[in-house]
Design a protein around this ligand. Structure first.
Ligand code: FAD
Length: 392
């Protein structure tokens, strides 16, 4: 019969890989995508939803077009991988055979990473670091804050998905509060001494949200933090603060199925840069946030870029089609205030060791309003492009 590819996870990495293999092989390869959700809500642009610039419907995408394009979309959870038998077991009880298995399950949280917090606390203190209901919950909590209330964030340690994500979120929450709750305060407890695009964010915070945001980095005890979801308190370096909203973003690891497949080092899955195959098994590939690949940040752009390299290599291995040299790129845009967009990005190549950075760029402080608006518009174009690339 035809060669079989099974893809687990229909997000930035998995949806792209499934669609490209199905589309480019023109039916020569059977592609099955395992994804529990009927709708994928992007984390990218979810901060703009918190800021009131996008709606939740702007973020939701279904798998119907992809199915019509030839991908066998199965809405279920993968709960086990047998690498000897080459099967994936689903929560519903079925088992699917593969010749090549592509895992792109995103992230899960490290147990006990933030003292006082676990998954049973995520309704009181949302992470909103997986898309959809958590993002909606966080927005509802921000809207319900009393006048002059306090929004706290516990930022994650490296490495985590979307390095500028927490700081874009702080910007967008401030944007919302400035208009709706101008005496409110934002406190960020951060286990890192510095963060992505820090100069650009801090310049923007001073310009647009002066006096509203208190960022407490590791040098000031930001890493010494615990929370009490029942009492709605955050303790930073011994000081207890009562808060109205607490956004806890814990330390991250690869989505659990990568661990169950036995291809991680306990945290993430080491892969070969040339095709994203795992170091543990040449027939199992890991894309996106779950992979440990080298220099690329964990982003939707990166996952999509890695997926195209992987899809090309997998199709080549199964059908003998031409395989192009692995080249990768990424840009992370962030919106600081309306039309005030900034970006950081790079191109990458595959070396024997890792995905290695070739060349990079970053927005400058002090740019004109025109440049910042153009940068924001570029990000809108990117969003339209990547979602079309993922879902058809
Ligand atoms: P995901 O896109 O998370 O996809 C994983 C999928 O796997 C999910 O749909 C999940 O349901 C499924 N899954 C998990 N386990 C199983 C299982 N056992 N069986 C079946 N399915 C499973 N990136 C950017 O490029 N630009 C941005 O502006 C940007 N902004 C962001 C802002 C925020 C607030 C956040 C949180 C992230 C942002 N990102 C951004 C990062 C981006 O969302 C991720 O890096 C990207 O989604 C990673 O793709 P992935 O395929 O690894 O995982």
């Amino acid at each position: 019969g035809k060669p079989r590819v099974v893809v687990v996870g229909g997000g930035a990495g998995g949806a792209t890989a499934a669609r490209y293999i199905a589309k480019d092989s023109k039916g020569a390869v059977d592609v099955t995508l395992i994804e529990p959700s009927r709708m994928y809500y992007t984390c990218f642009f979810s901060n703009l939803y918190l800021g009131g610039i996008k709606t939740i419907d702007d973020l939701g995408h279904s798998y119907g077009t992809m199915a019509a394009g030839g991908v066998n979309v199965v809405h279920d959870w993968a709960v086990g991988v047998d690498r000897d038998a080459k099967t994936v077991t689903l929560a519903g009880g079925a088992s699917v055979l593969y010749d090549k298995l592509i895992l792109s399950p995103g992230i899960d949280f490290v147990d006990g990473a933030v003292a006082g917090w676990d998954l049973s606390s995520q309704n009181a203190m949302p992470h909103a670091y997986k898309g959809g209901s958590q993002t909606e919950l966080l927005k509802a909590q921000i809207a319900a804050m009393p006048q002059g209330g306090t929004f706290a964030m516990v930022a994650p340690p490296n490495p985590y998905r979307c390095p500028p994500g927490p700081y874009e979120r702080v910007s967008m929450v401030a944007h919302y509060l400035k208009a709706n709750n101008p005496t409110a305060k934002i406190i960020v407890a951060d286990p890192k001494p510095k963060f992505s695009k820090q100069g650009l964010f801090q310049e923007g915070w001073g310009k647009h949200y002066s006096g509203m945001i208190d960022w407490i980095g590791d040098d000031f005890g930001g890493g010494n933090v615990s929370v009490d979801p029942g009492a709605m308190t955050v303790t930073i370096d011994g000081e207890v603060t009562k808060v109205d909203v607490c956004n806890v973003i814990p330390a991250m690891k690869a989505g659990r199925i990568a661990e169950l497949a036995g291809v991680t080092d306990g945290k993430f899955a080491p892969v070969n840069a040339i095709d994203m195959s795992t170091k543990a098994d040449a027939d199992v590939y890991v894309l996106g946030d779950a992979s440990q690949q080298g220099d690329m940040p964990k982003s939707g752009f990166s996952a999509n870029s890695q997926a195209k390299v992987c899809a090309n290599a997998v199709r080549g291995a199964l059908t003998g089609s031409r395989v192009f040299p692995a080249k990768f790129s990424n840009t992370c845009w962030s919106l600081i205030d309306t039309n005030d967009g900034v970006k950081v990005g790079a191109t990458y190549e595959a070396t024997d060791e890792k995905i290695a950075k070739v060349d990079g760029f970053i927005s400058a402080t002090g740019e004109t309003a025109e440049v910042r608006k153009a940068t924001y518009e570029e990000s809108e174009g990117w969003y339209a492009g990547i979602t079309a690339d993922m879902f058809g």
